[in-house]
Every structure is written in structure tokens, then in C-alpha cells.
Unconditional design. Structure first.
Length: 246
């Protein structure tokens, strides 16, 4: 019998897996390039269990077909509360490791917003402002599908970092479908970065802006992300966004 996402995780297990990652290196990579790869965040059986949730509408609050909105090709579904146990454990554990970078970035960019140490407290801030809908999502791409460059904002309260976890195995489940990040610096052309991922790897990246150190001090650059065209097969991705939506 195939294990479910609920059977594959205990809160202490996922917290320990997150804590075991090299967060000092991740912080350096985020500062240097606006993204960081978290190798082996999820095990292959956890990836397969999450991808297998896609057909079960009971887990989701809405389905988006990208082509209907000009977002690209493919589709995704937003999870409903209560989130599956694996995602419910990942979200606060990752937030706790990223909040220091988020606060440091805002200070560097001259932004007054600071984020509380615990994710629950940040979610309360979102919910008090009417951002009540959960934003973790499961994306599904087939041959010829892609995701246009975009930003996941959803409301006035935005946590400046998010995470995407590749659930499928490149070379076996699909070909193509690379994660793409672009950076627009003032008065310069955009810079693109292609981030290679293996099954279970995650990429942490800037949602909207990040600071870059210039000769006259830090300045703000604009970030967007997307997925290149799937050449064959099927690709599933888990998106972990830390703010909720209106």
C-alpha cells in the first residue's frame, strides 16, 4: 500500500530534517544571489505521497488553469486548511530558519516591517488583515507546459522569502522544466539564473525584492520566478508560501 503524506511525517521529524540543513550557507547564498538550494529537504517517498494528493479534491480550496489567466500552461491547486501534516510541519519549521534573513533584508532596504519569530504570530497578522486563505500549493505540468515569470504577493502582508520543492525526478518523470529566477537591477538589463534541482530538493528564493550591496550602500532589486517548458513527462512541485491570501 502506498503511504500517505499523513503517515510519512511527525512534527518532530520534519523539524529535525529542516534543522539539519546548512542554514549559514543558505543565508550566504540568499544574500549573494537571491536564492539557495536545500538539498534533500524531502525523501523520495514523501515527494511521491505529496504528488499523489493532486487528484483528491478534498485537500484543496481551488484549482487554477494557468492558460485561462495568461500565467503560462499547466495548472495548480491551493491547499485548504487544515493543511496535510507534512506541509503543516514544513511551513513553520522553514519560517523559523528564514525569519532572521527576512528581517535583515528589510532593515537593509530601509523597510520598517519586521517579522515575529514564530510563524503562528505572522499568520495572525495576516488573518487580522483579512488574508485568511492558505497559500501552499501543488503544481502540475505536462509536456509543453511552463510557468511565466511572476511574483506571489496575495495581499499587503508579504513574507519576502518562499520555498519550492521538486517532487518529481528529473530524467525519469520529466525532461526540461527548470526553475528560473530573474533579477532586475535599476538601469540595468535583467539577469537570469537557472537553478538545477533533484527530487526532494528545495529552492528558497526572494518573493518580490532583495537588497544588493552597491558602492554607495545597499539598494533594492526586483525578483521574479518561473518554470521553463516541460519537454516531456509530468512535473509536480510543492510551493510553500508563508503569508496567506485575501
Amino acid at each position: 500500500m502506498t503511504a500517505t503524506a499523513k503517515e510519512l511525517v511527525r512534527p518532530s521529524d520534519i523539524a529535525a530534517r529542516v534543522d539539519a540543513l546548512d542554514w549559514e550557507q543558505a543565508a550566504r547564498d540568499l544574500d549573494a544571489q537571491g536564492c539557495a538550494v536545500l538539498k534533500g529537504l524531502l525523501a523520495p517517498d514523501q515527494c511521491r505521497a505529496l504528488a499523489a494528493l493532486y487528484p483528491d479534491e478534498a485537500h484543496f480550496r481551488s484549482r487554477i488553469v494557468m492558460g485561462r489567466h495568461g500565467f503560462g500552461r499547466g495548472e495548480y491547486k491551493y491547499f485548504a486548511y487544515p493543511l496535510p501534516d507534512l506541509i503543516a510541519g514544513l511551513r513553520p519549521a522553514l519560517y523559523a530558519r528564514l525569519v532572521a534573513t527576512a528581517n535583515r533584508w528589510n532593515e537593509s532596504m530601509g523597510l520598517d516591517v519586521r517579522y515575529p519569530a514564530q510563524h503562528d504570530a505572522f499568520l495572525k497578522r495576516c488573518h487580522d488583515a483579512g488574508q485568511l486563505r492558505p497559500t501552499p500549493l501543488l503544481l502540475q505540468y505536462g509536456e509543453g507546459d511552463y510557468n511565466c515569470l511572476h511574483q506571489d504577493l496575495y495581499g499587503d502582508h508579504v513574507f519576502p522569502l518562499q520555498v519550492a520543492v521538486l517532487l518529481s525526478e528529473p530524467g525519469r518523470d520529466f525532461e526540461g522544466g527548470e526553475f528560473v529566477l530573474t533579477e532586475q537591477r535599476p538601469r540595468m538589463q535583467s539577469r537570469a539564473d537557472v537553478v538545477p534541482l533533484a527530487q526532494g530538493d528545495a529552492v528558497v528564493f526572494a518573493v518580490h525584492h532583495r537588497p544588493v550591496q552597491g558602492t554607495r550602500g545597499p539598494y533594492r532589486v526586483t525578483m521574479r520566478h518561473g518554470v521553463s517548458r516541460i519537454r516531456s513527462g509530468r512535473r509536480h512541485t510543492l510551493g510553500v508560501i508563508f503569508h496567506d491570501a485575501k
